[in-house]
Design a protein around this ligand. Sequence first.
Ligand code: GDP
Ligand code: FE
Ligand code: FE
Ligand code: FE
Length: 196
Amino acid sequence: IVYQENIYPGTRAELVARLREVLSDHRFQHVLGVEQAAIKLAKQNGCSVEKASIAALLHDYTKERSAEDFIAAIKTYHLDPDLLRWGNFIWHGVVGAEMVKTELHVTDEEILNAIRRHTVGAVTMTTLDKIVYVADYIEAGRSFPGVDQARKLAATNLDQAVSFETKHTIQFLMEQNKPVYPQAILTYNRWVAGKK
Ligand code: GDP
Ligand code: FE
Ligand code: FE
Ligand code: FE
């Protein structure tokens, strides 16, 4: 894939080289897997392949940053102070999107939103949001009970894959008595319970 829309100010190879510098090898491989899955889903669902590639490659850009970096960024960008009560798993999406914007000069709000929403989803999700959310879950390197069913659903119905992933992620957290981020419950109400 060759970038032509000037959404990322550089080539795909330059973006990949940047990721190799900031990510461990296992996460770098994960990100490439998410990109492949996202490109396939973009073709199947009539979404921009270039946006799917960029959003997928950048979705975990800040996943390995320190808590100190995120806490400073929450203050710098005047984000909701409630975020300070959570951790990296929430920060790398919503705070990560702001870091992508300032550090990599990616200003496309569709891409930034897909990064913001990739961990817990949202009540309103664009096709690109759903693609990154689902691709993150089903990429070839993932193996967990249920991943094959998630892959089958993704191949036939993106919304059903969003529903499956949301339900199983929350179920998994609850089985371990882990805190569930309130936004994840709102996603559940919309995409699993079908609440309007
Ligand atoms: P990754 O960045 O590729 O590992 O994937 P995600 O960004 O989708 O998820 C990051 C981590 O957050 C995973 O371990 C999820 O299981 C976890 N996670 C997702 N939603 C929640 C939540 O509501 N609460 C908690 N405690 N963890 C969550
Ligand atoms: Fe992530
Ligand atoms: Fe995910
Ligand atoms: Fe990821």
